[in-house]
Design a protein around this ligand. Sequence first.
Ligand code: ZN
Length: 216
Amino acid sequence: MPAAAPLPGVAPVPAAAPTSAAGSVVAHQQCLRHRREYRRRRAPVGRSLVESRPVNEIEQAIERNRNAGVSGLGEIPAPPRRKLAVVTCMDARIDAHRLLGLEPGDAHVIRNAGGVVTDDVIRSVAVSQRKLGTREVMVIQHTGCGMIGLSDDEFRSELEQETGVRPAWSAEGFRDLEQEVRQGVERLRRSPFLLHRDAIAGFVLELESGLLRRVV
Ligand SMILES: [Zn+2]
């Protein structure tokens, strides 16, 4: 950081007023640079600008995005190349693309807590098939899932006690992993809203080996 940098919380003043059009552009660029620097320095690590609320991860994610070099995605056709939709859990350990050797543009990946086939998942699969041409569906749930053993009633009662409102939705916890996979596949196969129901398969992902075990 340069020694003459302005103090945090004090807006920097440009060194000289612009005297020509070219000077004005330079001054404007300097001003933008100063403003960026000002914003960066005003945001203490781990705190937001507005409240003392930690948002450091979001800021770091924005920074990583700038450096990620993922431009050009808009040139890839939106209809998935492999005509595949994958329903899986939001678990932070699961990288669906890496797991299945997929590239951007290959498949739809629909995720929620548990990888449970809810009405909203059916909505997404219906759009996937009817508007974007997918034909096959994989349902992938996994060992060590946080939704195993979560009681719908207890969870809803807990929220009701804490907030005074009982959620209209079900938590969709489950006890038997394989049974849940079978049920998810069955919900999809019975949905009248899907165009293609002949290639829907259900799997358990074993987190230890990283391998899929077909259930149905
Ligand atoms: Zn999970």
